[in-house]
Ligand binder design. Sequence first.
Ligand code: NDP
Length: 507
Amino acid sequence: MSHSGKTTLENYVGGVLSAPGSREYLDNFNPATGEVYSQIPDSDEGDVQRAVEAAKNAFPVWSNTSPEDRFTILMRLVELIERDLEELALAESIDNGKPVSLARNADIPRAIANFRFYATAAMHTANESHDTVGQNAINYTLRQPIGVVGCISPWNLPLYLFTWKIAPAIAAGCTVVAKPSEVTPMTAYMLSKLCIEAGLPAGVLNIVHGTGPKVGSAIIAHPEVKAISFTGGTKTGEEIARTAAPMFKKLSLELGGKNPNIIFADCNYEEMLATTVRSSFSNQGEICLCGSRIFVERPLYEKFKSDLVARAAALKVGDPLEAKTDVGAIVSKQHFDKIMSYIELARQEGGTILCGGHALDLTTETQRSVESKAETRPVGGVSSDRKLGGWYIEPTIIEGLSPDCRTNQEEIFGPVVTIMPFDTEEEVLDQANGVRYGLSATVWTENLSRAHRFAAKLESGIVWINCWLLRDLRTPFGGVKDSGLGREGGFEALRFFTEEKNICIRI
Ligand code: NDP
């Protein structure tokens, strides 16, 4: 479908693709070129209302569909995403600015894994029963799908995080009204077409595109939406809680982070260095789990500093569609401005920029090669001679800042890290915990006792020892403090989308 000569996305409501009631559209930018390449529905409350009605109508049948039948449909979706992996990876790269290699090897495979994991998990749930000895009674717990639920996701890992919510909700027997980020809606739109092809019953999943203030808040405030699973910024999480908490909705909030990466002198150096480059700059640093505050034990500090700077300077910033690109484009002009303002703030706060610190102008470069089988099936009009007029920032390393300055306290969410030396365990633990956030932390040490000691004391929902972003989908995922509320992953997520009921029988 075309609107103003560009690809036009549609909402997915009641099993069909449709225009928003207002017939209004928003521009969707390609961050690599800075050009508008598609239009997305500027939906409103009326569209959300239609989506909630469709979800409500679908709920009685879907919640009574056997886990085996839910499994069969979700696995059909898995097969279709696998079939279209290349096309989805290309679309994700174009929409978000991330290197296509990352989308191909991480984002889309993870979306597949999410559906596969929850398709099978739904068949392996069990409920407790309690034999109430001495009172001639037995108690058992029913876990029933909670109803219509809302899933709202951010732009950094678009299909990956969207499906991380939708898959457990549908597998648990709920019906869903979902909103992807308005900044990266493309793969969610492609998923809606695959849902139709897979035969997902009408209304089980409804995707309404548009802005947070219009669509997101209408989902949150709707009385028929019984639970909200949200991933995004802490400020948005606060707003959501303000609306949803007085309505006694169930809430799962995965919010921001300012994660410490703590490096002891006894670590496995090469492994640590290679992983730290990834944990600092992967996905342009736009991963909530990136380690943005790097604490290094003093004897290792100077060596680490020069090695990290050399590795960061060698990263190739460029066209996301180039096979050799390590760091792609920043997702939007607005986010680019935010990151650049933090680099300026770091200068004002007395930081020394060791490497990077500048925006990159790639307008003289044009796309050369797309190493992708999907090259012949461009999504949203990728031409081979486009100019890279988008938003690029060099990987940036800053030293000389105190742990409590704003640069070290506030989430930047870009290719920017600070490095700081430390002398004692007590000091670094204090500094690592000295932020409002508590999402993830990484510790590098070969000292087993210290590793366990730190893991227990870090104020963080996730601690990686001698690794980073090593994920097992069965484990609880989420943050403490201002990084959120509740846990995703494993059976936790299935439980979130169900209501427990205890039944007591006198025998
Ligand atoms: P935002 O909080 O701005 O947006 C997240 C989603 O919420 C988007 O779909 C957005 O829509 C929507 N939204 C915005 N305002 C409202 C509202 N008032 N009511 C309901 N929905 C709303 O975050 P970003 O998209 O900028 O994502 C980056 C943030 O996400 C970072 O802080 C990052 O740390 C966090 N994050 C956390 C993760 C975790 O697991 N803890 C994982 C990944 C990211 P729209 O895009 O249209 O504005």
